[in-house]
Design a binder for this molecule. Sequence first.
Ligand SMILES: Nc1ncnc2c1ncn2[C@@H]1O[C@H](COP(=O)(O)OP(=O)(O)O)[C@@H](O)[C@H]1O
Ligand SMILES: [Mg+2]
Length: 396
Amino acid sequence: MKIKVGVIFGGDSVEHEVSIITAVQAMQNLNKEKYEVIPIYIDKERNWYTGEELKKMETYKDMDLLKSTLPKVCLIKKENEFVLMRTKGIFNKVLETIDVALPIVHGKGVEDGSLAGYLDTLGIPYVGPSMLGASIGQDKVVQKQILQMEEIPVPRYVWFYESDYLAQKEEILAKINKLGYPVIVKPARLGSSIGINYVKKARDIEGALEEAFSYDEKVVVEETIENLLEVDCAVFGNHELMETSLIGEMMTKHDFLTFEDKYLQNNKKMSSKKLSGKTSTSGFKIPAKLDKRIENEIYEYSKKAFRALNLQGVTRFDFLVNAETKQVYLNEPNTIPGCLAFFFFTGKNISYEQLLDNIITLAIKDYKENKKKVSSFESNVLSTYNGSKGIKGKMM
Ligand SMILES: Nc1ncnc2c1ncn2[C@@H]1O[C@H](COP(=O)(O)OP(=O)(O)O)[C@@H](O)[C@H]1O
Ligand SMILES: [Mg+2]
């Protein structure tokens, strides 16, 4: 019997469209002998749909048609199965059963642990990082704090909440001064370079901070890594088995601006400079030409970070290298990367189909292992429950 894989994608995120592209591509590359592919699309209003048509890119060209013809569903547990239940009409009907979920979502609101948490609550096996790994992956401060504990180099940084800034502006500005200009200002829990600014001079810092606070009350300011070479390394596996990809050099610059212009029309003009970012789908030269020492460091940090940040599935790590001093810094993990970073593995003779097969197989194996762990114990707490007086003598 084939394994039924529910590919969940879309969602209320600025990377909605990128997620559709990644998911359609993944659905086309899943081994059809072994897997039956069930698309589960979440629109920007958070409605869930299923249907064969969702496997084709053309379907997304007319969203109104898609929404009027495809069944709206919800994913629930029914008896011992995970099912997609039609939500429209009086008769609820099970349309599909799912054995394992393959979340392919990008960005805040889905990739940040929200979807993983939902899947955990249902108890369905799923591919990719747990809620913990996914939410660490979204927070540029928490991930740096963990990486530092693991002695993985990160750019020097200062972080604070908007309320801290309002109460102690001078102290915070002095700390930023200490980092030394130019600095990079980032909302702590966004992605896609949104709200990120490169600030050359102290006189522009307040505007950049205000912009970052308009997206997130938590902000991080980092030293700028000069003579910048951006390289990426992907890892797939779990805390025990890890396979690194070849290292790629990011070639695409400035293309984020078009992405941002497209999705955020109220883009403010800043005297500081918008950072060039990248698309998550292309623009890498693989393999990157690097000194052996740098290459080894990147492999070592990638594996160490994969474990320390509680990741599973496939992650692409962004590194910043100062090409002059040769110092390597880990910038951030992308816990569900665009195209699932498959093209980083092809040079290692791992096809997209094999990559998908590996991460799904591992997710099912880990799910079975975890089920063997004790997660609750028999207790008769409720039998001694005593109404408004609570449970006598028991501290909860
Ligand atoms: N400390 C830094 N020094 C130099 N460039 C940086 C630094 N941090 C980020 N950048 C640049 O900004 C881009 C976006 O930053 P990143 O932290 O990766 O945000 P996002 O989550 O939006 O991808 C990076 O790809 C890199 O080009
Ligand atoms: Mg990035």
